[in-house]
Design a protein around this ligand. Sequence first.
Ligand code: SLC
Ligand code: ZN
Length: 597
Amino acid sequence: DLEALELEGREYIFQLDKATGLRKNKVGIYEWDYYSNITKENEEKWIQVRLEQSQQEKRAWEETKMYRWQDFQDFTLRRMFKKYSQLGVSALPDEKYKQLMKVVAGMESNYATAKICQYKDPSKCNLSLEPEITDMFAKSQDPEELKHLWVEWHKEAGAKARHNFTEYVRLYNEAAKLNDYKDVADWWQSEYEVDNFEQQLAKIWEDVKPLYQQLHAYVRKRLRDKYGDHVVSARGPIPAHLLGNMWAQTWSNVESFTRPYPDKKEIDITQAMKDQNYTALKMFQMSDEFFRSLNLTAMPEKFWKNSIIEKPTDREIVCHASAWDFYDGEDFRIKMCTSINREHFRTVHHEMGHVQYYLLYSHLPVVFREGANPGFHEAVGDTIALSVSSPKHLRRVGLSTGDAEDEQTEINQLYKMGLDKIVFLPFAYTLDLFRYGVFRGSTTPEDYNCHFWKLRETLQGVEPPVNRTEEDFDAAAKYHVSANVEYARYYVSFIIQFQFHRALCQLAGEYVPEDLNKKLVDCDIYQSVAAGNAFANMLKMGSSKPWPDAMEVLTGQRSMKADGLLEYFRPLHEWLQAENQRTGEYIGWEPSKTQYC
Ligand SMILES: C=C(C[SeH])C(=O)N1CCC[C@H]1C(=O)O
Ligand SMILES: [Zn+2]
C-alpha cells in the first residue's frame, strides 16, 4: 500500500542523501586542491574524480526514478525526490562529460593564469589580474594606460577562450536536453522556481532604469569635465575603460573625483585600514565578529585552519574569491587573494555571508543545503555589508572619523553606494541576457562579440575604448563567463538585499519610515539579536521550501521587487534629477561611434 511504499521511499532517499554528502565532500577536496594549485596533474585528478562521481550518480538516478514519489503525502519527501530526480551534467555520456570538464577547466585556468605587459615598461610582462591589474585600473587616471590594460586583458582572457567557450555551449546544451530542458537558459532559470523569471528581470530593470540613467548622465558629465570632450562625449555612451573597473560593473573607484560635494570630508577606509596596519586576517576576524554580534554562528576552527586568504607566491591559484561547503558539517573554507582595500573589505563580508548560510543550513539533508534560490546565497554577506559600510558603523569601528551626517555628506554617501549597487544592475542583466541568447542559438559564434556589445551599449550605456571584431570575445574576459558561473543570481541579490536590509533595520529599531532620526541610509544592525534571529530563521531553511516562503519569513514579501533599493536611494535620485537639470546634461545616450558589429 502507499503508506509502506512512502516509508520505503523515505529510507531510500535519506540513504541516498548521506551517500551524496560523502561524494560531494570527496569531489570538493579534489576541486579545492586543483583551484588552489593549478597544475595539469591536479586538473586530471579532479576530472577523474568528477567522472567517477557522475557514474555513481547515474546509477543512483536509475534507482531513484523507480519510486512513485509524486504520490507521496509528505511535502519534504516529495521535494527531496524531485531534486534527486534531476541528474544534471552527469546525464552526459562519459566521453562528453570529460570533454565538457576539460573545456571549462581550460577556460578557467586560462583566466586564472593570464598575464599582460605593463604600459610604461613593455618588457615587464608578468601582470596578473589580482592584485596588479586590478590595482592599476583602480588608481590610474591616464586614459591611454587604462586603454592598454583594457585591450591587453580582453585579448589574453577573452579572445583566447573563444574556442573552448563554443565547445562548452554545445556540450552544456546537450546536457540540458538530457535533463528535459530546451537549453541551458531554460535550465538556469528553472533554479528560480517561477515560470516568468525573465519577465521579472525585465520588470525590475524597468523600475530601476530611470535612476540608473540619472546616475549615468551625472558620471558622464563629471568624467567629461576631467578628461575633456574628445575622450568623453556629451551624449554618447561612456567609454568602458574610464570607470575604475575592468568590466565597468561598479564605478566606486571614480568616486573620489566625481562625488557631489567634494569639499565634504571623504571616508576613505582603504587609507584608514593601511594606516592601522590591517591584515587580511583582521578583515576576516572583524567580519566574523559582526556576524557573532547578531547572535549568528561563529566560524568553526577548521575554517581558520583550512582557508586561503592571501595569494600564495609559490604557485598559480584561482584568485577569484569563493566560499566552499564540504558537506560534512564542519569543513567550510574561503579562498581569496585579499588586498587591503575598501572593495575587498566588502568582498570579505560577501564570502563570509556564504559560509554563514552554509553553517545555518548544515543540519538539513544535503539536497537542501543551497540558497532558497541562487540570489539568496549572494545576498547574505552583501546585506550585512550594507550595515558595515554605513558611516555610523565605520565610526564605531574606528575606520572613519567623519562628522555626523548632514544633508551633503548623506548625498555623498548615497552616491558612493550607488556607484556600487545601482551601476551593477545593468551589467549583471547584460551578462546573462547575452548568455541566454547564446544558449538559445539566437546568438551564434559569428556574432558573439557584436551581440555582447549591443547589450552593453543598450543596457549599460558603455562602449569599448577601441573598435572590436569577432577576433575578440570580450564576454569571457569576465570570470563568470570563463568559469561557467550563472550571473542572474547577482542581479537578484542586488535587489533582494535591500528588501532584507530594510526588514532587518526595522527589526533592529534602526529604521522607522518618516522618522528623520532613523533613516535607512544610517542603519547599522550591528549587535541586534532581534535582527540576527530573524535573518537566521530565513537562512536556516536552505532550499527546503520555495524561496517566496523563505523571503516571507523575514520581509513579509513573497516576491523580489525594486522598492527596497528605490526607497534606499530616493534622496540621491531626487538630487541627481535636480543636478542634471541644472547642468543641462543629456539623459540617456545616443548610438556609439565605435565599431563592434
Ligand atoms: C565575490 C564573488 C564570488 Se561569489 C563574485 O563573483 N561577485 C560578488 C559581486 C559580484 C560578483 C563579481 O565579482 O562579479
Ligand atoms: Zn558570492
